[in-house]
Design a binder for this molecule. Structure first.
Ligand code: CO
Length: 132
């Protein structure tokens, strides 16, 4: 069902510092910073050749990233995103298997439908599925 890794997301306490590190220390290609109010995050994508790193920072009140950074003040790996052909079919199959889908299908940072799966059902890893 999953086709390939789309991105790895890292929550960062200081977006400017994280961008400067990826650009200047690691020499990576860093994209534009985007606010996603529906998700409560500011994001930027870093192209690392075979995949993409998504840097995440809290936006607004009740950001899920704010809670994550309270527990992980230095930041840390937040989720993995896998590509699927059909997000509704994937969600139905996973729900039928007893996996917990978090919320509804939303439009993600790439403008494509995304869905999150509970980390307790996936070895402690938050999984994002993106229809590509
Ligand atoms: Co993501």
């Amino acid at each position: 069902m999953i086709k390939k890794l789309n991105h790895v997301a890292i929550a960062v306490p200081d977006m400017d510092k994280a961008i400067a590190q990826y650009k200047n220390q690691l020499g990576a290609e860093v994209g534009e910073v985007k606010d996603l109010p529906d998700h409560g995050v500011t994001t930027v994508f870093v192209n690392v050749g075979n995949t993409v790193i998504e840097l995440l920072h809290p936006l607004g009140d009740n950001s899920p990233i704010a809670k994550f950074l309270e527990k992980n003040p230095n930041g840390g790996m937040h989720h993995l995103c896998y590509e699927v052909d059909n997000i509704n079919e994937a969600a139905q199959k996973l729900k039928a298997d007893g996996a917990r889908v978090l919320g509804e299908v939303k439009t993600g940072a790439h403008g494509k439908p995304v869905l999150f799966m509970h980390p307790k059902d996936f070895s402690g890893t938050l999984i994002e599925l993106e229809e590509v």
